[in-house]
Design a protein around this ligand. Structure first.
Ligand code: DON
Length: 565
């Protein structure tokens, strides 16, 4: 009785927030042109426009990402990085890694002062940025898989930057919370704050003429203008006078790398994920592998507290492995055994269905001294088209407005992705994540990411593209989206809207959204979990293929637009 009430409660909570799902046009996906979902209507529209002009889902995703770099610059932009996961209509899969790299002169102890990590140095200012990868990755995605030219997609975004756009509540909130840091840097102050130093508020129109010029210069001169020309020189100049490391040499050496997409199986579906330097593909796959050992559908109906407990425990075990084993696989030995199903079964067997277990340390995946990933070789955009091209693209400058540094005259916010490295064992980063040797800083290494652009196939046909923003909660958001969509057969809108929970091993507590049903929270506490709450956890975008056509969903927690056409 209590259990049924809890289940009903969980479902009603999931339904209680309004979801702006796309209107599904009549007919199946073949009769629609495609669908796009992002956190900003102008960006979604740029993607839809690209498709309207005859472009495919890759053109649409790149158009949306470039536009987000203008209208959503606190989350992502050309001063940051991205991962692009592509499933082409012929079934081939591609992972383009546009993650930032540590400068040539970076070194593992660069954030230590008197032997102690100074956490601010990797977050704000000249030492916080890696070489931006977004331009190289978006250009590569377009060149190899798109149909349109980079200027076709850069110029409409430049027009928006020049004309200005109305800032939404999330943009305004992030400006407010970062204003004192932005204040410190002249170009940032000039571009992002009013002349009296106050942050713009929701509804104000922000114009970015320098960024418009930069987009236009890349459109007319090509990506070399960015990596081997005036942009790289402007960054080097600023860095030299402000104690930073990034140089023209770093820009000239930058490459968007082709990675081998990761494939795992979950209840008859194929989960395509992003390999290192993302930890996303590995741990989404690993958590789902662990969960496959439980009848989640039955538990959700019969014993929702146990359903949530089991998922929390699986998250905790995976994040303990992440902290130890994960780093850029071009530098660190990341064991393939992490996604081994027998290893997952072994971890599943450690889960006590009735009590929170203490996970003291990482596990020992099979072949941890043998087969490595390296040998093979935050904002999320979802796009799909009628021909069967599907894209999951996650882009970021890391925390709001990255390093808070705007490159003078260029209008570009530089990332603070260096904070995703482990600056010292035991010292948490901005997201409370710990890391080990595998994620220590080294020249040209890419910091470990949680970004998890994911595409799900059934019988080789794409059924879902999903991804999120929100640091480590990206991994658990994607897991929850997939479990709700596949195991609970929830409509995609419900799967994305449902109250979220997250565990990342350290700190050892379950993070719950405020509106997480109280009785369920109490039931988790009774099993021995420490709890903490937050108003919301993360931002997910997704598109599913359904018998009625594409269903595109943007996260109702923030503004956005999802549309099929
Ligand atoms: O790559 C990562 O895991 C982080 N830099 C992502 C940052 C993020 O999602 C911030 N968004 N809320």
């Amino acid at each position: 009785m209590v259990r049924t009430a809890l289940a009903a409660l969980a479902i009603s909570f999931a339904l209680s927030i309004k979801v702006d799902a796309a209107d599904v046009a009549p007919g199946d996906t073949e009769r629609q042109r495609g669908a796009v979902a992002t956190v900003n209507p102008l960006a979604t529209q740029a993607g839809l426009d690209a498709m309207q002009r005859g472009g495919n889902a890759i053109d649409a995703a790149v158009a949306a990402a470039l536009t987000l770099g203008v209208v959503d610059g606190h989350n992502s932009g050309i001063g940051g990085g991205c991962f692009v996961l592509i499933r082409r209509s012929d079934g081939t899969l591609y992972a383009i890694d546009g993650r930032e790299t540590a400068p040539f002169t970076a070194h593992r102890d660069m954030y230590l002062r008197d032997g102690q990590a100074d956490p601010r140095l990797s977050k704000v200012g000249a030492l916080a940025s890696g070489t931006p990868g977004a331009v190289a990755a978006l250009a590569r995605a377009l060149r190899e898989h798109g149909t349109q030219k980079l200027p076709d997609l850069l110029l409409p975004a430049a027009d928006i930057a020049e004309r200005g756009f109305s800032i939404d509540r999330v943009y305004a909130r992030n400006l407010r919370s970062t204003a004192s840091d932005l204040q410190q840097f002249e170009a940032s102050r000039k571009m992002l704050l009013k002349s009296n130093g106050e942050p713009y508020v929701e509804g104000d129109v922000l114009r970015l003429p320098d960024l418009a010029k930069t987009y236009r210069a890349i459109a007319s001169e090509g990506v070399n203008w960015f990596y081997r020309g005036p942009f790289a020189a402007a960054v080097e100049n600023w860095m030299q006078s402000n104690g930073g490391l990034l140089s023209r040499k770093d820009f000239a050496a930058y490459q968007a790398k082709a990675r081998v997409p990761l494939q795992t199986q979950y209840r008859g579906y194929t989960i395509i994920g992003f390999p290192p330097p993302s930890s996303g593909g590995i741990h989404v796959g690993q958590i789902l592998n662990i969960l496959e050992n439980f009848d989640l559908r039955g538990l959700a109906a019969e014993d929702p507290a146990k359903f949530h407990h089991v998922i929390v425990e699986a998250m905790k075990l995976a994040f303990a492995d992440r902290a130890h084993w994960l780093g850029d696989a071009d530098f660190a030995r990341v064991p393939r055994g992490l996604i081994d199903r027998a290893y997952a079964a072994q971890l599943a067997a450690q889960i006590d269905p009735d009590r929170a277990t203490t996970v003291a340390s990482h596990g020992m995946p099979p072949g941890h001294d043998g087969e490595w990933f390296g040998d093979q070789h935050t904002t999320h955009v979802a796009a799909a088209d009628a021909a069967g091209n599907w894209v999951a693209l996650t882009a970021t400058v890391n925390t709001s407005f990255g390093s808070k540094v705007v490159v003078p005259q260029m209008g570009v916010v530089l990332n603070n992705e260096m904070d995703d490295f482990s600056s010292q064992p035991g010292v948490p980063n901005a997201f409370g994540l710990l890391g080990a040797e595998a994620n220590a800083i080294a020249p040209q290494k890419r910091p470990l990411s949680s970004m998890s652009p994911t595409i799900v196939l059934k019988d080789d046909r794409p059924v879902l593209t999903i991804g999120a923003a929100g640091g480590p909660t990206i991994i658990t958001q994607v897991v929850l989206g997939i479990v709700r969509f596949i195991d609970l057969e929830q409509p995609l809108e419900t799967a994305v809207a449902g109250p979220r929970f997250h565990h990342q091993w350290s700190p050892d507590r379950v993070l719950l959204e405020n509106r997480f049903p109280n009785p369920l929270a109490q039931a988790l506490e009774a099993r021995g979990h420490a709890l903490a709450t937050r108003s919301t956890i993360g931002v997910t975008q997704a598109i599913a293929s359904t018998p009625g056509g594409f269903v595109a969903v943007h996260d109702p927690r923030v503004p956005g637009m999802a549309k099929a056409q």
